[in-house]
Design a protein around this ligand. Structure first.
Ligand SMILES: [Zn+2]
Length: 139
């Protein structure tokens, strides 16, 4: 993990994640999350968490990845994630296990950056291989 200043592309991703968080549909947990995915073509695809009464919720990270894949994008370089109690400032919000596994499907684990933000002037940057060592890779 690296603690780094927020600038350049990371700033752009964080700003997009902030806006995506505002779209969260989270009437059950009241915990809103935004994610912004940097695709290898340079585009940014965002996602927010989407809940439902049966608690079959979709995380912001998987929402963003699913949107990107549905647009024909298959390779990603980084994702910025921020979340917290709805209406309150963000706190560090690491991806859940399911999201980490989905990231492993489309990303190079040693190179893919997961950027976590808590409304301060710095962010924490992890590689996917740090957060999901020895991921399941199928047959
Ligand atoms: Zn998740």
């Amino acid at each position: 993990m690296k603690k780094e200043e927020i600038n350049g592309k990371r700033k752009e991703l964080m700003d997009a994640a902030v806006l995506a968080r505002e779209m969260a549909y989270c009437p059950y947990s009241c915990f809103s999350v935004g994610a912004a995915l940097l695709c290898s073509d340079g585009s940014i695809v965002t996602g927010c968490n989407v809940e439902n009464a049966a608690f079959l919720s979709l995380c912001a990270e998987r929402n963003a990845i699913s949107k990107a894949v549905s647009e024909g994008k298959r390779k990603f370089e980084a994702i910025a994630v921020m979340g917290g109690k709805q209406g309150e400032t963000a706190e560090y919000c690491p991806p859940c296990g399911a999201c980490r596994q989905v990231m492993a499907e489309f990303c190079e684990p040693a190179l893919f950056e997961i950027i976590l933000y808590d409304s301060s002037t710095t962010c924490k940057v992890f590689s996917l291989s740090e957060l999901l060592p020895e991921s399941f890779r199928g047959l």
